[in-house]
Write a protein that binds this ligand. Structure first.
Ligand code: SAM
Length: 284
């Protein structure tokens, strides 16, 4: 779209300024989130209006002013053009999600990963989504297979949206959502020995919750989908680095584990990659 955006803006903005437009952007429902560099911020209204005029069904353009940060993993967004709103409906794989792009985490870039994990789930499983956000992974999984899922998120807005998303996708019978810190909830409500599969989609901090995740797996063992951030000079070493990191983490626990698959989910910064590892783990 950067190319497309540059084509659209050719003649409106000088060529030398167009060169500095970032290539990354997201379209979430009828909202576009673009990254306007500081040097072009005085052109934001023109950029926004051109997008609204040329992209079908687009109602709102926001500028991402901060990268994803804080416990709730929110990106700072500022209104640029169109209708001033932050709430939208995003659709993928026959599911609908109500998303507030300012108050809850959501990334359309994880859709392939949602589909991949949902294809691994087996009917009848009990699944824990430890950092569920607005409930996207859970709804996509439940749409594929008859399973039971427990969602946890510490962000009240994300929790409320996850409840709504379960409802609008007809998945309320299959998904329970809880609001609070994953560790506190899992320990205090006694979810020990409970789950066949656990998702830990919080790459910055998932390792801090590994102890409680292991306790929550059934004694016969279960699958973890462990997300992390890996620094690597070259892309070809990322999987190896990621698995070395897993080996280090698991050396602290009394369990056996088998790595089934590791892959890069996406690049998050220069030489920093988000990875996911699927492992079968059994406590000793
Ligand atoms: N799985 C969701 C998705 O992919 O759309 C959300 C992933 S987002 C990277 C991580 C989520 O973890 C955020 O919604 C954040 O509020 C939540 N979170 C952070 N720390 C938490 C904690 N200690 N307990 C429960 N949720 C937490």
């Amino acid at each position: 779209m950067s190319k497309y955006l540059k084509t659209l803006l050719r003649g409106t903005l000088p060529d030398n300024e167009l060169e500095s437009l970032y290539s990354s952007y997201d379209i979430i429902g009828d909202i576009a989130i673009i990254k306007i560099p500081e040097s072009l911020i005085h052109h934001r209204h023109v950029i926004g209006k051109v997008l609204i005029k040329n992209i079908k069904n687009l109602k709102t353009v926001l500028n991402q002013s901060n990268s994803v940060s804080g416990e709730y993993r929110l990106r700072g967004v500022d209104f640029v053009a169109g209708e001033e709103k932050y709430l939208t409906i995003y659709k993928e794989f026959g599911c609908k999600f109500l998303v507030n792009v300012a108050t809850s985490y959501f990334s359309p870039r994880l859709s392939t990963e949602r589909l991949r994990i949902s294809n691994l789930v087996n009917a009848g499983e009990t699944v824990l989504n430890m950092f569920a956000g607005v409930g996207t992974f859970s709804v996509v999984m439940v749409k594929k297979k008859p399973i039971k899922v427990l969602n946890i998120d510490s962000n009240l807005d994300a929790y409320i949206l996850s409840e709504i998303n379960s409802k609008i996708n007809g998945a309320r019978q299959h998904i329970v959502s809880l609001h609070g810190d994953a560790r506190n909830i899992l320990q205090s409500k006694n979810y020990i020995n409970n789950f066949d599969r656990i998702l830990l989609p919080l790459p910055e901090k998932a390792h801090e919750f590994l102890d409680v995740a292991l306790l929550c797996l059934k004694p016969s063992g279960g699958t973890l989908h462990f997300f992390s951030h890996v620094k690597s000079e070259t892309k070809k070493n990322v999987v190896l680095e990621s698995e070395k990191h897993i080996a280090q983490l698991f050396s602290k626990f009394n369990c056996s584990y088998q790595i089934c698959h590791t892959q890069i989910v996406r690049d998050v910064a220069p030489r920093i990659y988000q990875t996911v590892t699927d492992l079968f783990v059994r406590r000793r």
